[in-house]
Design a protein around this ligand. Structure first.
Ligand code: 5AD
Ligand code: SF4
Length: 453
């Protein structure tokens, strides 16, 4: 708070007009949520937000480390700021997030991108006012080296993106150490927020009119493990559903080893929880799952899916899949195809394995070429496309509830619970409201629909 005041005064002195800030997010929903906090802090300091890099007085890149191509893209973007910074000497360039939790990346920024003024890692957001203050007052770069910070800071101001969608971080970090994944190294140990703090934030969002609320964590099913109070993810879901209002709750990501019948039963008993479950499987082959340190078998994965299908009418699943894990053979990859055909996900996020230094998988032998892996990926994408088309066709004639997102001319788009988009015409603007739609067919990857008056 001390620095907030000081920076506000400093900015008022330095700039004739309201200074502009641009926070650019790379990566996942957790990073988006962090960016909303960064924007909240900047707003309190006196900045207005802009999408323009040229007009920005501070640019903050909130970075992602999950795959190598994410990092390469981000370095490309940072490089482009050099000329802009030369044109606006007051401009601050800051880099934060997962990528700069890796010492070799911070070294590279220091060496190859000397125009970067501020670097701060994950869980250090609240240091931003202090870093801006020191950067201007000492006229000196503020490059924090990666440091695990385990505290949970409540009540950071947030500048959220537009209604009706919002997200709430219910926990931070990850203890699973899947062998391919950098997240436990950059986001640190798993810790959960207290249920009463989550409930307060949730209540406020509902009161403000948010209608599509996503609970975020790397593995939401292990929520509560570090809390003194005996509370698990199913308890948290049930608690939030006691808040009156018209909304839908989503959550991600779930881990198949931790999702259990209690969570499924809680979804069944609470219509406010989305009937689409994101359950990343990663591979359809047990040997690869073991090498990935996922700690479930395909039999166990299918059992929980079967249980959910029995208990929750109309439940659908989405998933993440990695192809080309070190040592994976074509035959083992084919097991993934078989699984995808069996479960018939409504949405699939597919990735080619990317080597992340410091992880267990980075030490495993990997002798399949990138070209070969790309072929497998394309096969999988094609199979999934056909499954999505079949899902879309199965909606024709059905009546569904959907949340209206955007207006394009006289057409609106609305999102079904399972994330399919439906397009419909309406004379009345129902943006941000739930509507009932009758599905008439499909166009491309979206559904066409009529509004039910
Ligand atoms: N290479 C490719 N994909 C990865 N993911 C995580 N780490 C890697 C990696 N090293 C994918 C997983 C995860 C999703 C968020 O990103 O599928 O579920
Ligand atoms: Fe990475 Fe596995 Fe943790 Fe997900 S659960 S963040 S894939 S280590």
């Amino acid at each position: 708070m001390d620095y907030m005041q000081k920076v506000s005064e400093m900015l008022a002195e330095k700039f004739d007009e309201i200074p502009l800030a641009n926070v650019v997010t790379f990566g996942c929903a957790q990073n988006e949520n962090d960016s909303e906090k960064i924007r909240g802090l900047l707003y309190k300091l006196g900045y207005s937000m802009t999408d323009s890099l040229e007009k920005s007085d501070i640019v903050i890149y909130n970075t992602c480390a999950i795959r190598e191509n994410a990092e390469l893209k981000i370095f490309g973007n940072i490089g482009k700021l050099k000329a802009l910074k030369a044109a606006n000497p007051y401009m601050i360039v800051a880099v934060c997030g997962c990528m700069v939790m890796q010492p070799h990346i911070v070294d590279k920024i220091k060496k190859s991108y000397p125009f970067v003024d501020i670097v701060f890692g994950v869980n250090a957001l609240e240091l931003l006012p202090q870093l801006i203050y020191s950067c201007y007052s000492e006229n000196k770069k503020q490059i924090l080296s990666p440091q695990e910070r385990t505290q949970i800071v409540e009540n950071t101001p947030m500048l959220r993106s537009a209604k009706p969608k919002a997200s709430i971080s219910i926990m931070f970090g990850c203890d699973n150490f899947c062998s391919y994944c950098i997240v436990p190294y950059v986001r640190g140990r798993e810790r959960s927020r207290k249920p009463e703090n989550i409930l307060r934030e949730f209540r406020q969002l509902v009161a403000e009119g948010y209608k599509d609320i996503t609970l975020l964590g790397q593995n939401v099913n292990s929520y509560g493990k570090n809390l003194e109070e005996k509370v698990d993810f199913a308890d948290l879901l049930a608690l939030l559903c006691t808040v009156p209002g018209d909304y839908v709750i989503h959550f991600m990501s779930s881990h198949p080893k931790d999702i259990n019948k209690k969570v499924i039963d809680t979804i069944r008993d609470n219509p406010k929880i989305s009937r689409q479950i994101h359950l990343p499987v990663q591979s359809g082959n047990d040997r690869i799952l073991k090498l990935m340190n996922r700690r479930y078998t395909i039999r166990q994965y299918l059992d929980i899916i079967d249980y959910a299908k029995q208990q929750i009418p109309g439940v659908t699943f989405s998933s993440d899949i990695i192809v080309g894990f070190p040592g994976e053979t074509f035959e083992e990859y084919l097991d993934t195809e078989e699984l995808v055909k069996k479960v018939r996900f409504t949405q699939l996020f597919t990735y080619i394995y990317s080597k992340r230094n410091g992880t267990k998988a980075a030490e495993m032998e990997d002798n399949i070429s990138h070209e070969e892996k790309a072929k497998w990926l394309n096969r999988l994408i094609k199979i999934q496309q056909d499954i999505v088309f079949e899902h879309l066709d199965s909606y024709t004639g059905k009546t569904v509830k959907a949340l209206v997102e955007e207006k394009h001319g006289d057409m609106y788009t609305a999102r079904l619970e399972n994330t399919f988009l439906a397009k419909f015409a309406s004379d009345t603007d129902f943006s941000g409201e739930f509507v009932n739609l009758k599905i008439t067919g499909k166009r491309g990857t979206a559904l066409t629909a009529e509004l039910i008056k």
